[in-house]
Design a protein around this ligand. Structure first.
Ligand code: SF4
Ligand code: SF4
Length: 457
């Protein structure tokens, strides 16, 4: 009788199953515990991901301390310790795991962690601090009110204020916190909401771009969106803003609040789909927000035509610029070189599977050398600012900071502005990071912000 062997790793291209979050089984705590045990057993036998994040070392430490030295000796109550360390970067699934579908073991570690977070959220076990931090648009709106804004910005850099925040909210006193602008980007650029302008279509691009400003780009670092617009307009691209916009839902997803992700979908997708129908492509400066529309929502709503229409037309900014370059439509009249640039390719950009588009575009600047660091920065949404995770976040950031130090570059940063700030913090060089879009603006010699104008620099 022929026996079909179990492959040590799939030889086929990985696929990802939709997230069955609307089924009862998904939220069943007993079914979840059984699946966690099954997957933890496979991971214990494999251990490839031990250096990716703190979730795997936490699991392996629990197993190694168990009486049986196996997963069956780990208390189920301790499974949550592993789950809490996962910030859903997707790297284990996308870059390491040989057992992802179509392999018969059907292992999707990040989706399992998300399921565990969703069960915890439904059981009401999520901390108030975490709920507050995940309301990025509400916090940004509140912090943008002038009087509140002055207090918030003064408190975040004041030792006594940081102690109060640490005690009240469980935010680590040494974590770097972003400033809040009293003039959010969408307020400044209200006049840009115009939907009739023409652009030059070429290849897969329409030449008309709607900028999803993101919470961070709207409230914390508006200059980043200004840099994107300056760079895009320099190549004759037409840029508009969606008529309205809410947080993409990523921070709420990281908490397991999937109903809030659906609410974010309901607020954003009809507006973005309307823009797509009118011939606009979509970009966003924060890779996590692009990923939300490119991968997360399509897996949560596999039958949703509107979601898939938006997925087909949303781009990473450098992916878009390179598509234009291939059609001969990217301006290359650079005025200054950038020297040596070292930047961290953020996890949520890497898992978009678009290749090293940022490097390719920056490398077009004459006399410029670009080095990429493909390691996690440790920032990971709100992970680095939380009291209990900050030390782990700094430990993860250290090898990245070391690589930057060794290269002694003229500029360093990340595609993710928050990761860039975290790396600068690990280097003891807060505020010195430069986003690749800001570097490109500099290379073009387009008037840059007056010294010190950015709240984050
Ligand atoms: S998704 Fe990222 S943080 Fe979560 S377990 Fe995998 S590598 Fe670690
Ligand atoms: S997620 Fe996959 S590669 Fe990583 S430890 Fe588990 S089985 Fe191994």
């Amino acid at each position: 009788m022929a026996v079909t062997p179990i492959c040590e790793g799939s030889l086929e291209a990985p696929t990802r199953h939709p997230l069955a979050w609307q089924t009862a089984a998904f939220h069943d705590p007993h079914a979840l515990a059984a699946e966690l045990e099954r997957v933890f057993e496979i991971c214990h036998g494999c251990r490839r991901c031990v250096n990716l994040c703190q979730a795997f070392p936490t699991l392996f430490d629990l197993v190694d301390a168990a009486e049986t030295l196996e997963v069956d000796g780990v208390a189920k109550a301790d499974y949550g310790k592993v789950v809490d360390q996962c910030y859903l970067c997707d790297l284990c699934y996308m870059t390491k795991c040989p057992y992802v579908p179509p392999h018969e073991w059907n292992l999707d570690f990040p989706h399992l962690m998300l399921r565990a977070k969703a069960v915890k959220f439904r059981q009401g076990q999520t901390r108030l601090r975490d709920r507050v931090l995940s309301r990025t648009d509400a916090v940004g709106t509140l912090a943008g009110i002038p009087v509140v804004n002055a207090v918030v910005n003064a408190t975040r850099t004041n030792a006594l204020g940081r102690k109060v925040i640490a005690n009240l909210l469980g935010i680590h006193p040494d974590a770097t916190l972003p400033a809040y602008s009293s003039r959010p980007f969408r307020t400044r650029e209200r006049g840009r909401i115009r939907h009739a302008a023409a652009g030059q279509a070429a290849g897969p691009t329409t030449g008309r771009v709607a900028l999803f400003t993101t919470c961070y780009g709207n409230y914390n670092e508006p200059e980043l969106n200004a840099d994107l617009i300056a760079v895009f307009e320099h190549s004759a691209l037409v840029v508009t803003l969606p008529a309205s916009e809410q947080c993409c839902g990523m921070p709420r997803m990281e908490l397991g609040d999937l109903a809030a992700v659906k609410a974010a979908r309901d607020a954003n997708i009809p507006i973005l789909k309307g823009l797509v129908d009118a011939g606009w492509d979509i970009v966003a400066v924060v890779p996590s927000c692009v990923l939300m529309f490119k991968q997360v929502l399509p897996l949560m709503f596999p039958e949703d035509d509107e979601v898939h229409a938006v997925k087909a037309r949303i781009f990473d900014p450098f992916e878009y610029l390179l598509l234009r370059h291939r059609q001969g439509l990217l301006a290359t009249d650079f005025k200054q070189s950038l020297g040596t640039v070292v930047y961290q390719a953020s996890c949520h950009q890497r898992v978009q599977n678009i290749g090293q588009k940022t490097r390719e575009v920056l490398a077009l600047v004459p006399n410029t050398t670009v080095e990429i660091i493909e390691r996690c920065s440790g920032h990971d949404g709100t992970y680095a600012v939380k009291q209990e995770f900050h030390d782990a976040a700094m430990k993860i950031a250290r090898p990245v900071a070391k690589r930057v130090e060794q290269a002694a570059p003229d500029h360093f940063g990340s595609d993710c502005p928050m990761a860039g700030a975290h790396i600068a913090h690990a280097l003891g060089r807060d505020g010195q990071q430069k986003h690749p879009l800001s570097l490109l603006r500099m290379a073009y010699g387009i008037d840059t912000h007056p010294q010190g104008a950015s709240p984050c620099r």
